[in-house]
Ligand binder design. Sequence first.
Ligand code: 3EB
Length: 339
Amino acid sequence: MTALSSNNIATALTPCLEITVSEDSAPLDAHQPLLTHLYFGDNNHPNTNCLSIQTSIEVLGSNLFAQYWFTDQKIQQAKYKNVHYAFNQQILFGHIQLRYSNEDDFQQLTEQTYQEVFECLKNTGCTHLLRTWNFFPEITKITATHQQINRYELFCSGRLHALHASGIDHKIYPAATVIGNQSDCLQIYFLACDTPGIAVENPRQTSAYDYPVTDALMRPLFSRGVLKVWGNRTHFYVSGTASIVGHETLHINDVSAQLNEAINNIETLVAHANDQHQTQLNAQDDLLYMKVYIRHRNDVPHIKQVLAARLSSTTPRILLLGDMCRDDLLVEIEAFYQA
Ligand code: 3EB
């Protein structure tokens, strides 16, 4: 459970938002309004009654993983330009998926995509972006339109320009995941709200937006974690987290040590959130699930061993095949806390 201090966490009345996870292929019976249904690793189970999003990424060692996001007030669906979204006055979940080729300017594509996202948010009043997930292929590849800048850096630049141009108060960057997949699309989905969350940075890591990059316009604008109260629950959205201490990759070529370091990072982040914001999140017991993005499928046995040692046996973990934004990273994890 969570104790909340009124001056640290937004006290405005927020709707409830609950997430359940399912490793079962049957869609759940929705007794409450469904904001979104996210699923991985199975293309036969879209849920036609709600915004149903398939993540085009391979699941390792399981057929399906799904999440259902419920709320307590009626949800509508709509489309703005390329953004499909489900929303009410207080919550919004959106999805955008665009095909592209190696000849396209990826900086421009990302900027336009995020521009549409911010326009959509402005139109609905849910202007606070809390959490984003971003997937696209060949993440560290140098492309035809820019020399010496890889696709992830172009992505960061496009996102930064759109964010700055949005006119939205962007002092609180969303928590984020950026992973390379095997599709031919840029896929972005996101959670937004009419009231802000609280950004939490990690004392073990340089804030990503302060990384020593050569070009300030390519800064990765995301927070390590975002806290948000929904009704009587607290959520903590932890960004994709890797074996980075300060701003440097540690444990090159050692996937087990990288995973242990990434888990250390998340445990420190949770402790820091508790310290700063009077939450009482338990790094193990309140972990709803962990997603583990793995570069090489052969590493799965090592990954499973570390997870067995570090996570509670009942915590769902989903292993996904994906590339990280630095070539020396072999694994990245993302966590979702609900207390
Ligand atoms: C890192 O810590 C690893 O650009 O939005 C993780 C999560 C990473 C989000 C982003 C990048 C992003 O820098 C990479």
